[in-house]
Design a protein around this ligand. Structure first.
Ligand code: ZN
Ligand code: ZN
Ligand code: ZN
Length: 317
């Protein structure tokens, strides 16, 4: 171990390895499952230049550091795993994913699915390059525009030209097989599409399906009624970037292009309890009170029959 590594280890952890957040192997499902590897919006938490308690409290507790939204897909039968999103927290998320997939002999995933070209969702690809893992042909599943963005602009283009990654195109609304157990279908959703289209995904296992939409404009902007998609799945992991107007200094929430949690809860108010229970809010801005498990907002959401996506949660497929 290099000296600076030993010193930082002593400072951070007193040289005691941080406890694993993954469940013990005996507690993992026998069949395929999703594992939540992060639940925070692109900027992460601690968020750069945030002076408020939401991030100041986290920075003094490195073990409590939160991670940007990512899911692991694990198929114990085919002995494969996949990462959904390549976040700035990718190195530690790959280690976590490995803990959920003890059959793997290294941390390199069998593929990565991307939703869009905003920093929290793809920039972790940099760790696959020469300066870090120097991987060989890791399949990266994404849409047309995302492919053009990656292969047309450095430094991402180098990942393609030296075959660190192998681009695999996904067309919206047509299912592709990751293994005989796992199928994914991309859904194109409205969002700020400066550099790429934006996808959500339906991830299907042998028994259950999950909808994943980390970023979307207001629900009304989508040609598909989201309730119809929720009806098709068992879990719906959906955009909960902001909670309410108070969080954004009482600006008009109609001007902010995300479904606020209070808007979503109002929209879903009359759904049957079993439909509400499928919903897992995710992609929290650092200021979102749902990141605090003890906040009044957390209690309100849970009491109303919805769920909150937390790191290390396991959802059987
Ligand atoms: Zn995002
Ligand atoms: Zn903050
Ligand atoms: Zn985005």
């Amino acid at each position: 171990m290099k000296l600076h590594t030993i010193i930082s280890c002593l400072i951070l952890y007193g040289c005691v390895a941080p406890e694993s957040q993954a469940p013990a192997v005996k507690d993992l499902p026998e069949g395929p499952f999703l594992a939540i590897l992060g639940n925070v919006q692109d900027g992460g938490s601690p968020h750069p230049n945030c002076q408020k308690t939401c991030c100041r409290a986290v920075i003094t507790d490195p073990a409590g550091r939160r991670k940007v939204v990512s899911l692991g897909i694990v198929d114990p039968e085919s002995k494969q795993n996949w990462l959904v999103e390549a976040t700035p927290d990718l190195p530690v998320q790959l280690m976590q994913l490995r803990q959920f997939a003890p059959f793997k002999t290294d941390d390199v995933p069998d593929g990565i699915l991307l939703t869009h070209a905003h920093m929290g969702h793809y920039s972790g690809l940099m760790y696959l390059g020469k300066e870090a893992m120097n991987t060989k042909n890791v399949p990266v599943y994404a849409g047309n525009r995302m492919h053009a963005f990656l292969s047309g602009h450095g430094p991402w283009s180098q990942l393609v030209t030296i075959n660190n990654i192998a681009l695999r195109q996904i067309k919206p609304d047509s299912a592709i097989a990751l293994s005989s157990n796992i199928h994914v279908t991309a859904l194109q959703v409205p969002h700020r599409d400066e550099f790429s289209e934006t996808f959500g995904y339906i991830i299907s296992g042998p028994d259950k399906k999950a909808l994943f939409i980390p970023d979307i404009d207001k629900w009304e902007q989508w040609k598909v009624p989201v309730e119809a998609m929720i009806a098709l799945v068992d879990y719906a992991l959906i955009d909960a970037t902001f909670y309410d107007a108070q969080e954004i200094n009482n600006r008009d929430i109609s001007e902010i292009p995300h479904p606020f949690v209070i808007e979503s809860m109002a929209r879903f108010k009359n759904l049957p309890a079993q439909e509400k229970n499928k919903i897992y809010f995710i992609h929290f801005n650092h200021s979102n009170p749902l990141l605090d498990e003890k906040s009044a907002a957390t209690k309100t959401v849970l009491k109303a029959g919805f769920n909150i996506a937390r790191e290390a949660m396991v959802l059987p497929l």
